[in-house]
Design a protein around this ligand. Structure first.
Ligand SMILES: NC(=O)c1ccc[n+]([C@@H]2O[C@H](COP(=O)([O-])OP(=O)(O)OC[C@H]3O[C@@H](n4cnc5c(N)ncnc54)[C@H](O)[C@@H]3O)[C@@H](O)[C@H]2O)c1
Ligand SMILES: [Zn+2]
Ligand SMILES: [Zn+2]
Length: 346
């Protein structure tokens, strides 16, 4: 089969690779029908994720058709159309028993395209298939479901639910990439009174408006802290969601939030950020961090099937599976190409 293979920092190829085979009783083999590229894959290609070594097939998001299952798999069988989630769950360890699948210590967690071969290929082996795939409901497209492999559960769980967004809240979302935009869509499920999106890129702020932000702020031109004060009668945001992953934006969130409010960090940080306890100790704020667990995936699938979330609107570019290198190029130059999510279909 063909697959996107990582060959060390800056090096990748759409190479010939062996077809995956069943290794454990709980494995399934899935033929990839639609796959996408994540910002995290770009981090990997820069060499930022050392657990990914030469020869690894990348990708942790896919929709496909089961071709084969091990004897221990009960929930899915050959021919089933499934979502392959970015998080794999053993289902047995302490974290899985508590629904914290992202922290699985029984061989799961984020492993696809990280510790084992991933989804950017014609076929993928999915361990613990019963707990790590989701049957696709009838009437929804591959593209709609594909956005539930990573970005929507991440934004909803780590941003909106960890931030405890409530009806009538004012929610500040810093960063309007796919994750920030998914936070806008999923925050709207809880009826906030205002969503304020903050970014530096005009194209991303335009997208934020289309996704339902009430106010957009270019923090190069305007002071987001002043905007949030104006909207909230001087208090600040009830919830500030960090969706960039740099010290500056985390520290901005801590300044945007009102006393008693929540800062929900989603961004993956590579550098230390400063926690200004000299200002915050008196403000009763709650700060949360997290890797997505994907416990919300069944609920999000229902919402997509019921047309309550329009998940396909993230898709800006479409390619054939064999155009993987070109798709990486377009996604990697998002500022110029306007790419949000690219979808490659067989
Ligand atoms: N916690 C998790 O489980 C999880 C899962 C997936 C992704 N992530 C992380 O979420 C973050 C966002 O992902 P994405 O795919 O949307 O990334 P992205 O790079 O596409 O978007 C980031 C946005 O932030 C904006 N930005 C950059 N600097 C800024 C600044 N100083 N002020 C305001 N805006 C600024 C950019 O213009 C861009 O629109 C990343 O750090 C990613 O690694 C976390
Ligand atoms: Zn991802
Ligand atoms: Zn587990």
């Amino acid at each position: 089969m063909r697959a996107l293979v990582y060959h060390g920092p800056g090096q990748k190829g759409w190479d010939e690779a062996p077809d995956p085979t069943i290794q454990d009783d709980t494995d399934a083999i899935v033929r990839v029908d639609a796959v996408t590229i994540c910002g995290t894959d770009l981090h990997i290609l820069k060499g930022d994720v050392p657990a990914v070594t030469d020869g690894r097939i990348l990708g942790h998001e896919a929709v496909g058709t089961v071709t084969q299952v091990g004897p221990g798999v009960k929930n899915v069988r050959a021919g089933d159309r499934v979502l392959v989630s970015c998080i794999t769950a053993c289902g047995r360890c302490r974290y899985c028993r508590e629904g914290h699948y992202g922290q699985c210590v029984g061989g799961g967690g984020w492993i696809l395209g990280h510790r084992i071969n991933g989804t950017q290929a014609e076929y993928v082996r999915v361990p613990f298939a019963d707990n790590s795939t989701y049957l696709v409901p009838a009437g929804v497209s591959d593209e709609q479901v594909l956005m539930l492999a990573d970005i929507l559960p991440t934004a909803y769980e780590v941003g909106v639910l960890n931030g405890t967004v409530q009806p009538a809240d004012t929610v500040a979302i810093v960063g309007a990439g796919p994750i920030g935009l998914a936070a806008i869509l999923s925050a709207k499920l809880l009826s906030p009174s205002h969503i304020v999106a903050i970014d530096l890129a005009p194209s991303r702020l335009e997208a934020a408006k289309q996704f339902g932000a009430d106010i957009v702020v270019n923090s190069r031109d305007d002071d987001p802290v002043a905007v949030l004060r104006d909207v909230t009668g001087g208090l600040g945001a009830d919830v500030a969601i960090e969706a960039v992953g740099i010290p500056e934006t985390f520290e901005l969130c801590a300044r945007l939030v009102r006393p008693g409010g929540h800062v929900a960090n989603i961004g993956v940080h590579g550098k230390a950020a400063t926690l200004h306890l000299e200002d915050l100790w008196i403000k009763n704020i709650t700060i949360t961090t997290g890797l997505v667990d994907t416990y919300s995936t069944p609920k999000l699938l229902q919402l997509v099937a019921a047309r309550s979330i329009d998940s396909a609107r993230f898709v800006t570019h479409r390619f054939g599976l064999n155009d993987m290198i070109e798709a990486y190029d377009v996604f990697g130059r998002a500022a110029e190409t306007g790419a949000l999510k690219v979808v490659l279909s067989r």
